[in-house]
Design a protein around this ligand. Structure first.
Ligand SMILES: NC(=O)c1ccc[n+]([C@@H]2O[C@H](COP(=O)([O-])OP(=O)(O)OC[C@H]3O[C@@H](n4cnc5c(N)ncnc54)[C@H](O)[C@@H]3O)[C@@H](O)[C@H]2O)c1
Ligand SMILES: [Zn+2]
Ligand SMILES: [Zn+2]
Length: 361
């Protein structure tokens, strides 16, 4: 029997989000219904609400979630009812050209549920990143459920489902930060701070945090930044070069998603260094760089989708490191809120008041 639960939808471009009754079908073949326990508010949810991702309104928002599998459809063998899982937006297919070459973290054909969740009048919902977890329950492809140690708090675990994994992975997977490296991170929200925490975990010797907000720089220090730069008052490129013997950082991670901060990242890295773009730009943004500089400075310009993570490999490992006290995921949770407080959480995110607001159900 389809179930009716409460969920947060974005009805149209720039309209306030609201709690509505949504209809969850029974899981079909390869699908699972998950009872959501916690879901973080990510900047990408705000991008959806603003129409910055696509126009497929109404969206069922929320995608950084953890919960318990309630039921599974035919043919599901990897998870079972009662399993504690983190939801992911990279359920790898195993058959695309990336998967077949042994690089499933680039999978080009990731799975989502085939059936659609709807409003009570039958209007189909577009779940954010194929998840839609600002809801009491959601329907996903079973491969979107990654089982982890159930002793972790759901509010903490859910964060690995998007922003925190994206940031940690931007450092350890995409940027391949290693012991002794110098790293600069531009933009210290949840994603940037996770890149800082990931760089610390990987053994970076110098970690320079750049933001326009001093409060964010304070938090970044707690996450592992060894130096901070307020780029509203100081030239970020010059400051990073000065802090790295005049050369620039080995790896610079852009976690804002704007051309001007990308340009800073490009010029703040050492020759042959790596730039990682993890911030998500909007469709109208353009980047102009002298081609001779792109060539002459060498190195690698990479973008990082979801931190090039492989959920089955990375989620359980990072939860274990957290439980051992080696990665403080709890530090990312600024506040826990109710389902009907997501709009307010967007406001606070916009004003830079929070790292992560987490809806707890
Ligand atoms: N690539 C991925 O897979 C992935 C996953 C999740 C989120 N994201 C993206 O990462 C970005 C950051 O997400 P978040 O949740 O941390 O957002 P956030 O709003 O919490 O953080 C953004 C930070 O950037 C700072 N900032 C803004 N303008 C700046 C500037 N000009 N220079 C320096 N700092 C500046 C803000 O003060 C804030 O601290 C967003 O674009 C989001 O969509 C990407
Ligand atoms: Zn694939
Ligand atoms: Zn996200």
């Amino acid at each position: 029997m389809p179930q009716e639960v409460r969920g947060v939808i974005a009805p149209g471009r720039d309209e306030p989000v609201r709690v509505e009754t949504i209809v969850i079908p029974d899981p079909g073949p390869g699908e699972a219904v998950v009872k959501i326990q916690a879901c973080g508010v990510c900047h990408t949810d705000l991008h959806y609400k603003q129409g910055g991702i696509n126009d497929e309104f109404p969206f069922l928002l929320g995608h950084e979630a953890a919960g318990v599998v309630e039921s599974v459809g035919e043919g599901v063998a990897d998870v079972a009812p009662g399993d504690f899982v983190i939801l992911n937006w990279r359920a790898v297919c195993g058959r695309c050209r990336a998967c077949l070459r042994g690089r499933p973290w680039y999978c080009f054909d990731t799975h989502n549920a085939e059936q659609r969740m709807t409003l009570t009048d039958g209007t189909e919902l577009s779940p954010a990143l194929g998840i839609g977890a600002f809801a009491e329950k959601t329907l996903v492809a079973a491969g979107q459920c990654t089982k982890v140690d159930a002793s972790v708090s759901p509010a903490v675990a859910g964060l690995l489902g998007c922003g925190v994994m994206a940031g940690i992975g931007a450092a350890i997977n995409t940027g391949a930060v290693g012991r002794g490296d110098s790293v600069a991170v531009i933009g210290c929200g949840g994603v940037g701070d996770a890149a800082i925490a990931g760089s610390r975990l990987a053994g970076a010797a110098k970690i320079i945090a750049v933001d326009v907000d001093d409060r964010k720089l304070d938090t970044a220090r707690g996450m592992g930044a060894t130096h901070t730069v307020n780029s509203r008052t100081t030239d970020a490129v010059e400051a990073i070069r000065e802090l790295t013997g005049g050369f620039g950082a080995d790896v610079v991670i852009e976690a804002v998603g704007r051309p001007e901060t990308y340009r800073q990242a490009f010029y703040a890295r050492d020759l042959a260094g790596t730039v990682v773009l993890v911030g998500v730009p909007t469709p109208e943004m353009k980047l102009e760089l002298p081609l001779l500089d792109v060539f002459g400075r060498g190195g690698a310009l990479k973008s990082s989708w979801y931190g090039d993570c492989l959920p089955s490999r990375d989620f359980p490992m990072l939860i274990d490191l957290h439980l051992q006290g080696r990665l403080d995921l709890g530090a990312f949770v600024t506040e826990t809120i109710r389902l009907d407080e997501v709009e307010k959480a967007f406001e606070r995110m916009h004003h830079g008041d929070v790292l992560r607001s987490v809806v707890v159900l």
